[in-house]
Design a protein around this ligand. Structure first.
Ligand code: PCA
Length: 331
């Protein structure tokens, strides 16, 4: 054998061993739409670490936060198409595709964490059935804190808000603008701080966490704790990607997901008081709504619920009835 043949054989061998190593480590992308320091994102990072450790480095999940890989409304399609193996979505963002996604965004239906858990028991099996048809399933969910109204002006009754520029993050929050006589503009969380700074937004509904992520306190002074609903993020996984893993790796993902869900629900609830304190420390006034404001908003909620039942007929009304049966036990 001559020298150059030997060299070529050695090079080919080296290539093979590199390919072998690449096969041994699977790399997954996990796009998410929220800030790196947000509690959801921290939980995703923790989940990814746990999977990597449990699989001895066989499965590495890269979290891409702040909508850096895909914008919030595009994440579901990316997972469905396999451009990302898994991704974090805000369920209510997809209500126009199927009303089931919006069930946890109906005002005043489930307003405490216990109620949100009961709602999840009804909503998730129905959603998973639908998602299976798209080659996906929900790996786990984590709730945001109860939604309250940020407002530039003090509000004693809904009429005080008339004509204000309202930031919506979902079809339902856009619809609310219509019922509340506001001017809607849909802006995802990653662009919210800029929209606030440029005065495009004077009021919006969201969690204490999002108020902090977006530095809302720099332009808005009031936060009304109306406890309207508790929306959830869900981690969707592409079933083809999941099924391609060996059994031990699948089990590691499932186990880490169960832990991430438990941890996420706990952190969301436990951090609420501290997040609200941060808003106060930054100079905001936090208050419950006045009786008039609460009554005005409750009317909006009634319309939203009946609209949702119509849109989701006949399944929706049945799901609401199932939820109502669980709620007394949940509280
Ligand atoms: N924060 C996200 C969705 C719900 C929430 O609390 C947002 O405002 O975009």
């Amino acid at each position: 054998m001559n020298r150059s043949l030997l060299a070529r054989m050695a090079a080919a061998l080296a290539c093979l061993s590199v390919a072998g190593f690449a096969q041994a480590q699977t790399k997954w992308d996990l796009p998410s739409a929220y800030a790196p320091a947000n509690f959801h994102t921290e939980n995703l990072e923790f989940f990814a670490k746990e999977v990597e450790t449990a699989t001895g480095g066989k499965l590495k999940i890269n979290v891409h936060s702040n909508a850096s890989l895909f914008k919030a409304p595009e994440i579901k399609r990316a997972v469905q198409g396999g451009q990302a193996q898994l991704g974090e979505i805000l369920l209510v963002n997809y209500e126009n595709e199927n009303p089931l996604f919006g069930m946890d965004g109906i005002p005043f239906l489930a307003t405490s964490y216990d109620q949100a858990k009961a709602l999840q028991q009804v909503q998730l099996p129905a959603l998973d059935k639908y998602l299976a048809g798209q080659g996906m399933k929900i790996l786990y969910t984590v709730p945001w804190q109860p939604q309250g109204i940020y407002s530039k002006k003090p509000v004693n009754a809904l009429a005080d808000m008339k004509g204000m520029k309202w930031r919506a993050y979902s079809p339902a929050t856009a619809k609310m603008a219509e019922l509340m006589n506001l001017q809607p503009v849909t802006i995802q969380a990653a662009e919210l701080s800029q929209a606030l700074a440029t005065g495009v937004v004077e009021t919006y509904i969201s969690s204490s966490a999002t108020g902090i992520d977006s530095k809302t306190y720099e332009s808005i002074k009031y936060f009304y704790e109306i406890q309207a609903w508790i929306p959830k993020n869900a981690i969707l996984i592409n079933l083809k990607a999941f099924n391609a893993l060996d059994k031990a790796t699948q089990d590691a993902v499932t186990a880490a997901a169960a832990k991430a869900q438990e941890r996420g629900w706990k952190i969301s609830e436990e951090k609420e008081a501290a997040f609200k304190q941060i808003l106060r420390d930054k100079g905001m006034t936090l208050a419950p709504p006045s009786a008039t404001f609460a009554a005005d908003l409750s009317k909006v909620g009634t319309v939203m619920l009946s609209d949702w039942e119509k849109k989701s007929a006949p399944q929706g009304a049945d799901l609401i009835a199932q939820y109502r049966k669980l709620v007394p036990a949940a509280k």
